[in-house]
Every structure is written in structure tokens, then in C-alpha cells.
Design a protein around this ligand. Structure first.
Ligand code: FPP
Length: 247
């Protein structure tokens, strides 16, 4: 495949490039609801509709993997009511969308520690992942109870244990080795990271993986995100020259 062709994740001047792996920090649900005088849960509900639209746009564009930050390790600090609403919405979304996701060839997987959501939701998530495991059109990777620092600390523990067990030596620990013990090990390298709502920070999301990703910060609130906004981000990506530290 030539550089710049869809799916290479590389951008070359004058050629359209489609990122292989796009990650999104879906921010602004609460502000969207507040502006409309609605409860926060209405913003999350509308946010779930934006997820549907974005997934469709990503499949159409030929993106291989879409990672969505749905619940961070820090989101437990929100009110019990909001956490319950978010869990309920995930359950509802899974029930309503699973058949279609399976039919459309979407492979669902998760990063983070979703078992903390309790056995009921955890079981449903695992079943959904199993049902879609053989699909290969697009990987929908949902970050649930995810924190990048926690993921990195866990990776360090795994490697430390391998050293303690004599499986590897400290010198064997390399960038590649680290990549192998992260939860994203089976995914394509991250090409593009988008954050909505005008905030300009990574908020403990994919810190290692975004080392060479292109970053796009949009003023749009997540519930207003649509196919047009997604395609606009893709064309900004295509216009960037990626040098990966070279010249
Ligand atoms: C950030 O907005 C959004 C979240 C913490 C939750 C994201 C959840 C969804 C989009 C819905 C469910 C997801 C799936 C995958 C079905 P915020 O509440 O921090 O907004 P604010 O900063 O304006 O308060």
C-alpha cells in the first residue's frame, strides 16, 4: 500500500490519508445539557447518539479502529446519580445496538477496568465482545474506567514480574516491549486524537499511545458532533505533515 493511501495512517502532501486509529475524548455533554436547561443525563443521552453517528462515519471513511473515552478512572468522583445514569445508558446502548454492530462488522472491545461496573454490566460487556470478536470491519474500542497512568503502572508491574521470574532481564524492557503489555497492544498505532468542548488537555487518556498522534481540539460540544465534524477532522489530519521526529 502506498504512503498516503487510506488506512496507512500517514499523511503525504497532496494525497488524502485516512487515519487507521482515531481516539476521541467525548467532552461537553454536561455543558450541552445545561445550555438547554436539561439534566446532565440528557446530555449523555444525546452523547450516545453522537457515538452512533461517529461510528457510522468512521466505518464509511475506512478507519480501522475508533477508541472512545466513555468513562475515566476519575469519573467515579461524579455524583452517584450520574454514575448510575451513565451505567444505565451503557446497558441500554449495548442492548439496542449490539445486533446492528454485529451485522455491520464492528468488533467491540474495551480498555480500562470495566469489571468495576459490577457483575451485571461486566458480563454484558464480555458477551458483546465475544459476539463480535470475529468481525473485522472496524474495531470499536471503548475506554471504561480507564486511566492512562494506571495502565502504565500496570504495564510496569507486569514487566517487573517478568524480570523477577527470570523471563526477561531489565535490558529487555524497550519501547516495543512496553507496547506489548499495554491494553492497546493489538490495536493499530494511534494516528489522530480528537477532543471536543474546547478543553485543551489529555485528561489521563492514551498518554503513551499519543506520542506521535496528531491532536485536534474542537470547540463543539460532544452531543453536537456529527459526520461533518468527523470528516472535517479527517481532512485536517490529511493536511498535516507527520515527521515522527524526523525532518
Ligand atoms: C464528558 O462530558 C462525557 C462523559 C464523561 C461520558 C461520555 C458518555 C457518553 C458519550 C454516553 C455513553 C457512551 C457510550 C459509549 C454509549 P461531561 O459530562 O464531562 O461534560 P461537561 O464537561 O460539559 O460537564
Amino acid at each position: 500500500m502506498s504512503a498516503g493511501a487510506p488506512g496507512t495512517g500517514e499523511t503525504v502532501a497532496g494525497e488524502a490519508a485516512v487515519p487507521r486509529h482515531v481516539a476521541i475524548i467525548m467532552d461537553g455533554n454536561g455543558r450541552w445539557a445545561k445550555r438547554k436547561g436539561l439534566p446532565r443525563v440528557a446530555g449523555h443521552r444525546e452523547g450516545a447518539e453522537a457515538v452512533r453517528r461517529t461510528l457510522k462515519a468512521a466505518v464509511e471513511a475506512g478507519v480501522e479502529c475508533l477508541t472512545l473515552y466513555a468513562f475515566s478512572s476519575e469519573n467515579w468522583r461524579r455524583s452517584e446519580e450520574e454514575v448510575t445514569d451513565l451505567k444505565g445508558l451503557m446497558r441500554f446502548y449495548l442492548e439496542r445496538e449490539l445486533e446492528e454492530l454485529a451485522r455491520e462488522g464492528v468488533k467491540l472491545r474495551f480498555i480500562g477496568e470495566p469489571s468495576a461496573f459490577g457483575p451485571d454490566l461486566w458480563e454484558r460487556l464480555q458477551l458483546a465482545a465475544a459476539k463480535t470478536a470475529d468481525n473485522d470491519k472496524l474495531i470499536l474500542n471503548v475506554a471504561l474506567n480507564y486511566g492512562s497512568q494506571q495502565e502504565l503502572a500496570r504495564a510496569a508491574q507486569i514487566l517487573a514480574q517478568e524480570v523477577a521470574d527470570g523471563v526477561i532481564t531489565p535490558e529487555d524492557i524497550s519501547v516495543e516491549k512496553m507496547g506489548e503489555v499495554l491494553q492497546t497492544a493489538e490495536l493499530p498505532p494511534l494516528d489522530l486524537l480528537i477532543r471536543t468542548s474546547g478543553e485543551v488537555r489529555l485528561s489521563n487518556f492514551l498518554l503513551w499511545q499519543s506520542a506521535y498522534a496528531e491532536l485536534i481540539f474542537l470547540d463543539l460540544l460532544w452531543p453536537d458532533f456529527d459526520k461533518e465534524a468527523f470528516n472535517e477532522a479527517l481532512s485536517q489530519f490529511a493536511g498535516r505533515q507527520r515527521r515522527f521526529g524526523g525532518r
